[in-house]
Design a protein around this ligand. Structure first.
Ligand SMILES: Cc1cc2nc3c(=O)[nH]c(=O)nc-3n(C[C@H](O)[C@H](O)[C@H](O)COP(=O)(O)O)c2cc1C
Length: 216
């Protein structure tokens, strides 16, 4: 009788070991996935630290490009980038605009002179952006004297937007986007340009989502 009990116990032990081994093997396949997705997650913050590279390291197919002299357009651009999960690139003037440059009451201020001269093309100081891989580009700027700042023309003339959907947006003291989007499209000579809009500096993420939905 003792022999029979011993045999049954040994068989139970063998069966148990086989079953545990099986479950270890099943566990190998899923454990590989979290490891690789963890390393992907680790790369994302690096790519978002260097948005000017525009090299699509986080897989975004949307880019938000903006110029902002006093920070208003920058704030709206950052909200769009957040809502869209987009990369972001700032157009910076090689020669930064001072308060005196921005004085619209002064007939001889830098901005008054630039805006009075449709051929003015202020130099860009930020590193060039690669547009490879982006299918949609939001392009934002403040309204100066009813139009886009001339540095926006410098930018669009330096890029090839073939195959890309371009969405202009602006901020202003109250003026609408006017013909600024059309001017940019004309000077760019490439890309499919949507009408675009003036966006309020206090626009909420929900309002931005509705605006974006309305563009489709
Ligand atoms: C030189 C200059 C001209 C401007 N012209 C206009 C204008 O024609 N209409 C308007 O509503 N706001 C005008 N503004 C106000 C700006 O469009 C507004 O403050 C904008 O939100 C600033 O954006 P930013 O902070 O990104 O530079 C002008 C501002 C400057 C500096």
């Amino acid at each position: 009788m003792k022999k029979i009990i011993a045999i049954i116990m040994m068989m139970t032990l063998v069966l148990c070991l086989t079953a545990c081994g099986g479950s270890e093997n099943e566990g190998e396949a899923p454990s590989a996935a979290p490891e690789s997705s963890a390393s992907e997650t680790a790369e994302s913050p690096e790519s978002s630290e260097d948005p000017a590279a525009g090299s699509q390291q986080n897989g975004a197919d949307t880019l938000v490009v903006y110029f902002s002299a006093t920070g208003t357009t920058k704030g709206v651009a950052e909200k769009i980038a957040k809502v869209e999960g987009a990369d972001i690139y700032e157009i910076k003037a090689a020669q930064e605009y001072t308060d005196a440059d921005l004085d619209w009451n002064d007939d001889s201020s830098r901005t008054t002179k630039e805006q009075n001269d449709p051929s003015a093309r202020p130099e860009i100081g930020s590193d060039p952006v690669s547009l490879d891989g982006y299918s949609t580009i939001y392009i934002g700027y403040p309204i100066w004297w009813g139009e886009e700042p001339r540095i926006m023309d410098t930018f669009v003339e330096s890029c090839d937007f073939d195959g890309k959907t371009m969405i202009p947006f602006c901020t202003s003291g109250g003026s609408g986007i006017g013909s600024s989007g059309d001017n940019l499209a004309e000077n760019a000579e490439s890309g499919t340009w949507l009408d675009g809009d003036r966006l309020d500096s206090g626009i909420t993420e929900d309002e931005l989502e509705s605006w974006i939905e309305g563009l489709k």
